[in-house]
Design a protein around this ligand. Structure first.
Ligand SMILES: Cc1cc2nc3c(=O)[nH]c(=O)nc-3n(C[C@H](O)[C@H](O)[C@H](O)COP(=O)(O)OP(=O)(O)OC[C@H]3O[C@@H](n4cnc5c(N)ncnc54)[C@H](O)[C@@H]3O)c2cc1C
Length: 216
């Protein structure tokens, strides 16, 4: 069995999202997205390492990066070295105790409305791209108790599942004959190209497994 059930990315349920999600909202920050943003102001939502890394990465190109977190302690969920880099960057502004409460723009994003939770004040901030990095829920509830999952519910494979390291074993779960690839796999790169690549390698192992079992 090859599991490739993916994840459900958490969305921001705010006015303007339905209208602008296709043009100005991203769920990953790679070279591709960075190129689209050019040197425009961007906003990153999220208080974890993904958001911290995205803010640092985007700040190489964009002179104005807003990092929006709902609490006041950047170090709560961001590694210390990364939090230091964020705070030392003159290009990154950390908005603490803040939520994005509305997206403004017609065909493309022009501004986000930031809601300061302690004071209830709202402020419009110029932004052309919004990066939503607030976690993803893997489609694995049906596998709970069947194969080992990590703390967030992603499927453990290879060495993480006490299996062999290297390409030969890296997609097999602890249960023989059950493989996992793509976003649902713990530690995978959440991109189309890597999901396709993992699938094409893992399917060879599926054939090898079937041959070894004398089923093919
Ligand atoms: C808005 C958005 C934009 C993105 N943009 C990019 C981009 O520009 N470039 C890029 O490289 N990546 C992008 N990504 C990430 C990319 O989509 C994923 O990395 C990639 O699709 C992962 O492929 P996958 O096959 O692992 O999972 P998916 O593509 O999510 O496919 C999983 C499939 O399994 C199905 N499924 C779930 N549960 C079950 C079940 N129990 N039984 C049967 N079927 C089930 C789902 O319905 C789905 O069809 C984006 C993601 C999002 C959310």
């Amino acid at each position: 069995m090859l599991v490739a059930t993916g994840v459900r990315y958490r969305r921001l349920d705010v006015p303007g999202m339905d209208r602008l999600e296709g043009s100005s909202v991203y769920y990953a920050a790679t070279e591709f997205e960075a190129r689209l943003c050019r040197q425009d102001p961007v906003t990153v939502v999220g208080g974890g390492n993904s958001a911290g890394q995205a803010a640092c990465f985007l700040s190489r190109q964009s002179p104005v990066v807003n990092l929006v977190i709902r609490h006041d302690d950047l170090r709560r969920d961001v590694s210390r070295y990364l939090a230091d880099r964020v705070e030392q960057s003159p290009r990154i502004t950390v908005w603490r105790n803040t939520e994005v409460c509305e997206l403004i723009g017609d065909g493309a994003l022009d501004e986000v409305v930031l809601h300061d939770l302690p004071t209830d004040a709202r402020q419009r901030v110029a932004t052309t791209s919004l990066f939503v990095l607030i976690g993803a829920a893997p489609h694995t509830r049906w596998l709970e108790g069947e194969i080992p999952l990590d703390a967030k519910g992603f499927i453990l494979t290879g060495r993480a599942a006490d299996g062999p390291d290297g390409p030969d074993g890296m997609f097999e779960t602890r249960r023989r004959g059950v493989f996992a690839v793509g976003d649902v796999r713990s530690g995978s790169v959440k991109r189309v190209a890597s999901a396709v690549g993992e699938g094409s390698v893992a399917i060879r192992h599926v054939h090898e497994f079937l041959a070894a079992e004398g089923r093919r």
